[in-house]
Write a protein that binds this ligand. Structure first.
Ligand SMILES: [Zn+2]
Length: 466
């Protein structure tokens, strides 16, 4: 029995871990790598093995860096099943269709620029047909109930508390007389996040694949986020600026609206327009509304008293491109929430292009920005950034709120591993989904404090026998 790491190994995007049992191959997630355009294309295009040799994919959650390369897998010959929770399957339907759409639009724009310079055009990674092909392979499963993935491999999904439908993947694998329980955190959420139930921790495991996005960071307490958000809004509203919020259309947008809703209910939100400018966010919000089985008690109670957790007076969902464009001419103050979360594609690019040169405005960062993305350059407050290949001066305020993070912080990650180690059987921890400066402190702490457990920080392509 072997584990191999092909994506999100010493980085955070393009998750792809492979489990091999008796020579049969299973993928844990199949995400899109995101980074520099050329590298992005190259890294996503090819798989380490022929896709037809993959027997099944077990998906942890719908985020595109975990699911976004599935259509390409199907395009290249994969015909197995894709297991997911019911909410993840629904979200993937809209997200993968949107991913194909965004790629087409984005590439068309870039290729127009390239044509002007006489350069070779880029190709899209996959089309709508490939998306439909892989969607037909999905099998929905419930939380907390073991299901067979294949002969010798059973899976149970537990709450990960990260986004709607997100799961911790518990795999019980058997190869001849060898039995191993492998726990894959997917992306581990946090306690007390809006909307979702808290993450669960399995009692025991032999092997843990642990994400480490914030392996070196303590988050602000979630209870302080209301006050901080209120101060930012008041400050920008006073100077008549716009607040541009890059957010994953799925998850972060809904949570952010939920928090604005709470500010509104408490009488702490100035009466300014709030736009959710992402057709994907509109569709994703409908899916959030249709999966109450994923809600925590508070959101359940809101739903019971018919208070819409995902919308309130003042929030407007923008669907058409015309309406999105017309926002540019509209003077502030207002808040605009738009995708994509890392500012790599989608309508957010147009809003940034039109607004980041004005110091009245504010870019409010509420999510993780991976290396080499435009989002990261904004977080670093680089004085000049490129958007669609053109330079722009970053003069707008950049405000960062980690409290909204949907990822566990260093204490929560360590606590998860420690609890599993207390189960007495843990032999290996593979730390994934983190950039070196974030993951290394976690790796070192796990090594120092969890005796008897081998802690690995695998490089891309590394292979381990279990
Ligand atoms: Zn995620």
């Amino acid at each position: 029995m072997y584990l191999e790491f092909w994506g999100a190994a010493r980085s955070t995007t393009g998750t792809l871990h492979l489990l091999e049992i008796n020579g049969r191959r299973f993928a844990l997630d199949c995400g899109l790598f995101q980074g520099r355009r050329e590298e992005t294309w190259r890294r996503n295009k090819d798989f380490p093995y022929p896709p037809e040799s993959f027997e099944a994919v077990v998906l942890s959650h719908a985020h595109i860096d975990h699911s976004g390369n599935l259509p390409n897998l199907a395009k290249q010959g994969f015909t197995g099943k894709v297991f997911a929770t019911s909410a993840t399957a629904d979200l993937c339907e809209v997200m993968l269709r949107d991913s194909a759409h965004v790629q087409e639009q984005d590439i068309a724009y870039v290729n127009k620029q390239k044509a002007k310079r006489g350069e070779k055009p880029f190709k899209v990674l996959y089309t709508h047909d490939d998306v439909e092909r892989v969607l037909s392979r999905f099998v929905s499963e419930s939380y907390g109930r073991a299901f067979p993935v294949s002969d010798g491999l059973e899976c149970t999904y537990l709450d990960a508390g990260h986004i709607l439908g997100s799961a911790i993947v518990v795999l019980d694998a058997r190869e001849n007389s060898v039995r191993r329980r492998i726990v894959f955190t997917g992306d581990l959420g946090r306690r007390n996040l809006p909307i979702l139930r808290d993450p669960e921790i399995p009692d025991w495991a032999d092997v843990l694949i642990l994400e480490s996005t914030y392996g070196n960071r303590r988050h602000e307490d979630i209870s302080t986020c209301q006050d901080k958000l209120r101060q930012i809004i008041e400050r920008v509203v006073e100077r008549g600026g716009k607040i541009i919020v890059p957010a994953f259309a799925v998850g972060r947008s809904q949570e952010f609206v939920y928090c604005l809703h709470q500010l509104f209910n408490a009488g702490h939100l100035p009466r300014i327009p709030i736009y959710v400018d992402s057709p994907l966010a509109v569709r994703a919000t409908e899916i959030f509304r249709s999966h109450p089985e994923c809600y925590d008690a508070e959101t359940q109670a809101m739903t019971d008293r018919r208070d819409d957790a995902f919308g309130f007076a003042g929030v407007r969902y923008v669907e058409t491109v015309e309406e999105s464009k017309s926002l540019n001419a509209q003077p502030g103050p207002y808040i605009i929430i738009s995708a994509s979360g890392m500012c790599e594609a989608g309508r957010i690019l147009h809003h940034l292009k039109n607004n980041i040169e004005d110091p009245k405005n504010c870019v409010l960062v509420i999510g993780y920005m991976a290396e080499n993305t435009l989002g990261r350059k904004i977080v670093e407050r680089q004085s000049e950034v490129k958007i669609f290949g053109e330079p722009y001066q970053l003069r707008a305020e950049v405000a960062i709120m980690n409290a909204f993070s949907a990822h566990a912080d260093s204490e929560e990650l360590f606590g998860f591993a420690q609890t599993l180690a207390e189960g007495g059987r843990l032999r290996h921890i593979f730390v994934v989904h983190g950039e070196p400066e974030r993951s290394t402190p976690l790796v070192e702490r796990l090594r120092a404090e969890l005796g008897g457990v081998q802690v690995h920080y695998p490089e891309r392509g590394a292979r381990y026998e279990l």
